[in-house]
Design a protein around this ligand. Structure first.
Ligand SMILES: *Cc1c(COP(=O)(O)O)cnc(C)c1O
Length: 362
């Protein structure tokens, strides 16, 4: 079958490069690679297997069903589930580690562990200022003391999350980190300790070397965003579906928001907002064809966009079109698209549609 349509090419060499960058920054601390949301759109199973072969200690996902999919694809690495509760049975049957932020879930886990004559490892989350999830600091010491006394529970990790590690101004991030350290100290005084302590997301891995503790949780930097020496892993590539020469005054796409000013050559490209090409790129986006930038004209449709290729030589049906990635000397990154659409690279990457086939390049 000829490859038609739009494909996400996943460069595993770039992924290895970015993992090496994490190792270099952290001096070989334990790495929990964050592969939630289908590994930020890159395909969780393939990404996880590649990272596991290259020496990470843990995977992190948002929800239990993401972890189950990884287990079903044969991933054996320990998996921490960040944002779920009450999936007691799955933790035992699939060997998952839950993040605990309430006493009831801890109790249920302990009861089930006793019933199964097993021990279950957990990570406890404390809220040091993110305001999202975790025992609040006033409740944390007593709650953790209680959990430490529960049967068959193994306290494996203590974690928190930065809200601001990406800001230049580190005042609040430093305060969060201090709060975490003083809780750790108080717990230690009471004889409670953990194998892993972790707080650092990508921004903290890159800019807060003092906050790596003994485990880090990078996500976006593995996929190539956040620092210069990182390489984007994903590129989004398509091929021209139709080319036409049109006279001046030809309307293009829904609502005729673009009308040609002169004789033009228009390419139709089979990628639209259902593939993750944001509709805000209507009359604003650019694509690369033959190493040149071509403007996206008219509204982005669900399955197609049109580009003006009048100024580009040697364009033909099936010419490659780069929506994200590089071609010749030109480059369009997820960060460029995020700037144009008022969002962040995370959202651009995780929006890439399910019908876009991921192709892995070793
Ligand atoms: C998503 C997430 C991360 C990774 O964040 P990045 O900014 O992508 O590095 C780390 N920890 C938790 C709890 C997360 O939810």
């Amino acid at each position: 079958m000829v490859l038609q349509g739009t494909f996400a090419y996943i460069d595993l060499k770039a992924l290895s490069n970015n993992l090496r960058a994490v190792k270099k920054k952290t001096g070989n601390k334990n790495i929990m690679a964050v592969v939630k949301a289908n590994a930020y759109g890159h395909g969780a199973a393939e990404i996880s297997k590649h990272l596991a072969r290259n020496g990470i200690s843990y995977l992190g996902v948002a929800f239990t069903n993401e972890a189950l999919q990884l287990r079903e694809s044969g991933v054996k690495t320990p998996i921490l589930v960040f944002f779920d509760r009450d999936h007691i049975r799955e933790c035992f049957e699939y060997g998952l580690t839950p993040v605990i932020f309430d006493l009831n879930t801890a109790k249920s886990l302990s009861r089930e562990a006793v019933r199964r004559k097993r021990r279950i490892a957990i990570h406890i989350k404390v809220d040091t200022g993110m305001g999202r999830l975790g025992f609040t600091l006033d409740k944390a010491p007593a709650a953790i003391q209680k959990i430490a006394g529960m049967e068959n529970i193994k306290l494996e990790g203590l974690m928190s999350h930065f809200s601001d590690a990406d800001l230049q101004d580190k005042e609040f991030a430093d305060l969060q980190f201090k709060r975490f350290l003083s809780l750790r100290k108080e717990l230690r005084r009471n004889g409670i300790t953990f194998k892993y302590f972790h707080m650092a997301n990508s921004a903290a891995v890159i800019t807060m070397p003092g906050a790596h503790l003994n485990m880090v949780r990078p996500g976006i930097m593995l996929y190539g965003y956040g620092d210069e020496d990182l390489k984007p892993v994903l590129s989004l590539r398509s091929k021209i579906l139709m080319l036409k020469k049109v006279p001046a005054a030809t309307p293009i796409s829904y609502a005729r928001t673009f009308i040609t000013k002169k004789k033009s050559i228009i390419a139709t490209i089979p990628a639209g907002y259902a593939d993750g090409y944001n509709r805000k790129l209507s009359n604003r986006g650019e694509v690369l064809i033959n190493g040149k930038r071509a403007p996206v004209i008219g509204r982005v449709c669900m399955d197609t966009i049109m580009a003006d290729v009048t100024e580009i030589h040697d364009v033909s049906i099936n010419s490659e079109v780069v929506l994200i990635g590089s071609q010749g000397k030109e480059k369009i990154t997820a960060a460029d698209i995020a700037d144009k659409t008022g969002t962040i690279p995370y959202e651009v990457l995780t929006s890439i549609g399910q019908r876009v086939k991921r192709i892995y390049q070793y």
